[in-house]
Design a binder for this molecule. Structure first.
Ligand code: ZN
Length: 152
């Protein structure tokens, strides 16, 4: 990855960390889940309003490192309006990206803004920070009522 692109990605992450989107509790949420990454101390509470299999609204609260917060923020702005199936597909692509399995430039670009996490693959400890929000989202969609840990 060239330096210019890396700097742009860095900026997007810093921006989402500083002013996270959808950083709120949804009082009328019908799907909720809690995620925890003990390796870094990242915590997230996720609130969803799912209707007709579509994520109508999403909000999150929590504390953690810049990567975990930016990832939750970006995820929340991207999954709104998507079906459960679309969300699962996106997560699988995102997981491939952060674990370094997605190497084709076109595939990475197809992820849009999520591509900013491409650099995470060089930092294995950060992969869990970046994917915590997604694991929690999948759990919330399945309505599993327990705390999601990246160390299970
Ligand atoms: Zn973290």
């Amino acid at each position: 990855m060239d330096t210019e692109l890396r700097e742009l990605y860095q900026q997007v992450i810093l921006d989402h960390n500083k002013s996270p989107r959808n950083f709120k509790k949804l009082e009328n949420a019908n799907h909720i889940a809690e995620g925890y990454n003990p390796l870094c101390g990242d915590k997230i509470n996720l609130y969803l309003i799912v209707e007709d299999d579509i994520v109508k609204d999403i909000g999150f609260q929590g504390s953690g490192c810049a990567i975990s917060k930016a990832s939750a923020s970006l995820m929340s702005s991207i999954v709104k309006g998507k079906t459960k199936k679309e969300v699962e597909k996106l997560f699988s692509k995102f997981h491939d990206l952060v674990t370094g399995k997605l190497n084709n430039e076109a595939d990475i670009e197809a992820l849009g803004k999520l591509a900013v996490f491409a650099g995470v693959r060089d930092f294995p400890a950060r992969v869990k920070c970046a994917s915590l929000a997604w694991h929690t989202l999948i759990s919330a969609l399945k309505d599993e009522q327990h705390v999601v840990s990246t160390e299970d």
